[in-house]
Design a binder for this molecule. Sequence first.
Ligand code: SF4
Length: 277
Amino acid sequence: MTDEADTKKVRHVLGISGGKDSSALAVYMRDRVPEMEYFFCDTGAELPETYEYLNRLEAALGKSIVRLNADRDFDHWMEVYQGTLPSPQMRWCTKNLKIKPLEDWVGDDKVISYVAIRADENRLGYVSTKPNIEAVFPFREDGIDKDGVMRILEEAGIGLPGYYEWRTRSGCYFCFFQRKHEWVGLKERHPDLFDRAVEYEEKVRYRHTAMKGRNYTWSQGESLPELIERKEEIEAKHRAALERAAKRIKPNRPLLEVLSDALDSDDDEAGCSVCHL
Ligand code: SF4
């Protein structure tokens, strides 16, 4: 087989998380790699704003984004993991609902996977352990930072996903990486989804109280109903953090920067490098 034939077989794929960085990378690569295959791993627990944003992005790309659904849903995997909620230490959700569907989709094809880690970020992107998948980081290589991302989205006319009004990370409505104030935002914007997240907690608590006397919660140190009881306190803390951020950040910076800074003061863990791009 010739080298040329080998080259032809290489697939170029770009995962969209529903967040700003991966969306900007999709736009950035649109004309650079016309054969790019865009995909979105749907956990079945995405926010409605994410689907709306994907539609906007598809219009800007002039191409469909392939939706990859895991064979087994979140509830199945929760049973497999003995009824425990995923957490930063036990991130079985990312592995089974985001990474595995990608690996199944590409199979043994030779693949270059474009990952949207920015030049100003200090975190590792997911690099598949499968030898046929090679990860590349165009933003890092081309020095594109957060301002660059915002410019790309603005020029493409798609802006930011609607959830950025109250939450800065893409992903599942119940994501355990949410900061306290983002949970309050979920309760206000999507009370039905908040209630479903509470149901998961209760199911897990009931099971583990019966089995081992242990509690599991989405948010560290308290259940969601307990967190909501502290809503006023959380909101006051968030307002104070916003004021501090507004003073710290140079004038004329995007509001998103102020919000991110304020939320990071609650918890600045970098989030998931697969789901939050
Ligand atoms: S968004 Fe959060 S809960 Fe959903 S798969 Fe990713 S890490 Fe897990």
